[in-house]
Design a protein around this ligand. Sequence first.
Ligand code: WT7
Length: 672
Amino acid sequence: MVVSDSQDKMYYPPEDLRKDAHVPDSNSYLALYKKSLENPEAFWKEVAEEFFWKKPVTGPVQQYNFDVTKGSIYIKFMEGAKTNICYNVVDRHVREKNLGEKVAFYWEGNSPDHYMTITYSQLLGQVCRCANVLKQLGVKKGDRVSIYLPMIPELVYTMLACARIGAVHSIVFAGFSSESLCERIIDAQSSVLVTADGVYRGEKLINLKQIVDEALEKCKEKASSSINRCLVVKHHALKTKSGAASNKLQTPWDSECDVWWDEVMRDSPEECEPEWMDAEDPLFILYTSGSTGKPKGVLHTVAGYLLYTSLTFKYVFDYHHDDVYWCTADIGWITGHSYIAYGPLANGATNILFEGVPVHPHVGRFWEIIEKYKVTKFYTAPTAIRLLMKYGREPLQKYNLSSLRILGTVGEPINPEAWQWYHEVVGQGRCPVVDTFWQTETGGHVLTPLPAATPLKPGSATLPFFGVEPTILNEHGEELEGEAEGYLCFRRPWPGIMRTVYRNQERFENTYFKKFPGFYITGDGCRRDKDGYYWITGRIDDMLNVSGHLMSTAEVEAVLTEHPAVAEAAVVSRPHKVKGECLYCFVTLKDSREFTHTLVEELKKLVREKIGPIATPDFIQNAPALPKTRSGKIMRRILRQIARNEKDLGDLSTLADPKVVEVLFSQRFEAA
Ligand code: WT7
């Protein structure tokens, strides 16, 4: 790779990659990008030609209002056209492309002894059987199905089965607590829940069915539970584990509601006519943290999501037919929805479905899998890279990584050190690193390099994808030209953008469109450099990014104050070597309550139970008082500076009692 001598170190695409790339140089990128903005109708119509339409679009390809002052916000792509996304990502390859025998998934279990191969025709058969089972359980078009499953093939079967019959899936990451699951079931009003008996995550056995039962119990307490039936997968890998695990695992059972997956699947027919959906019918709901604490049900619809995930996958990973692609995310997050399930399958790709964790049973597990399947395109998160960096080069040197062509990252800004290591040590200096910026809300990549066309600068998500028009605004809502820093916004929709917050259009408009009328606001800060490259500087709202997962400070504060000893809590982020950011909590206790080690452990446990292990605080500091303005507003800026040991606090004159700050500073935690 050539390194330019300009101020920013540039990495140019390798020649051999450019030879047969879809977008082989920056001029082709610019030409296509221009077309996508100047003539979006023609651009997206052409993309749509790849797919099967029961009824083609006759009206306009896109219609929208992005300006709250002109009325309600709406976004529509290909409205009136009829299709089915499941047909397009599975049947089409088997029936029209003769790819039935091609591997859709290599499933690799938590333990390296457990693996299997699923071809596109096998996938079709299983999806149809599952679709028939769901129908039998009473699921109809438009009904919601909650899915709480680990990374096993049944997760993919179930989501695609929902899409096939027009049901709306709501996948809840299987690391979430019963409380979080309950909240998401109530909001979605799902009628069926699909889960598994249990799963091993690393060494740890997790009783999923028990968590589910607790969640359903809580649903009944809070509202009348909408769940009629619970479909339970028996995790096969557990059964074979010399019987030991199945003995350890007690599966609670309610014969009125629960059904075993194997029993109903056995006799279920392998054929199921897809439900022909309108392009703008809902496809799925996926919950993401909101700054008020209550998660938002981000709603995506059928056709726009198909077009966008499919096209971004093809171009950003420069997909070719013989690729073996691996994204290490969990399908419980948007990364897995778009870039394990829909995007790769829409392209007929061979994909890896990995159930395990990076360091089990050894720290070379990722590299072992890359060698085993000869992975060509690899997509992971900065937090995983930083974790694996700690073990040095040695674990990688045992494996042959020469199959790798392109590396990708997602979830948070990548620090230059991690970028370099990824590029030099994992990619052996040979593979472009695509740093993809996007959100649950955007459906797919919005700022991203194209590997053969975009010179890279470590730490920059570079340039917009086709159809995306970014802009940087200042506090007054003025668009800034040239080199600038401010709020990252978008001026118009692209097919993959969310359509609404499920059952809460008002919250949708308030969160994303109210602050700057005419623009979608991401919530991220951003800088544009002299070459027009975008650099994400991090969240500028009350959100934290822990290991690539967004959470809101309000959500954690609400849990902390549930504890009887806590009067008030304020949560801020502090940089963390592996997680990127971690939670630093200040708690003020009620009179007469004592701040003890036991209390700290209780509070951590409470957060783990109520939200999930990913939200466990790293630091909990006793705060006799919190820094507040005279009107009583907590000054988080100051708390953040205390947590980070930044001594220069600037103007404290708005504080009601400046002495508070000194006390908090003297008791802060040093580096972990
Ligand atoms: C937030 C969205 C998109 C899938 C995973 C997270 C941050 C994401 C990057 C990146 C800098 C990034 C942003 C964004 N983020 N990718 N490449 N560089 N920041 O989805 O949970 O909806 O979180 O993650 O802050 O707003 P999410």
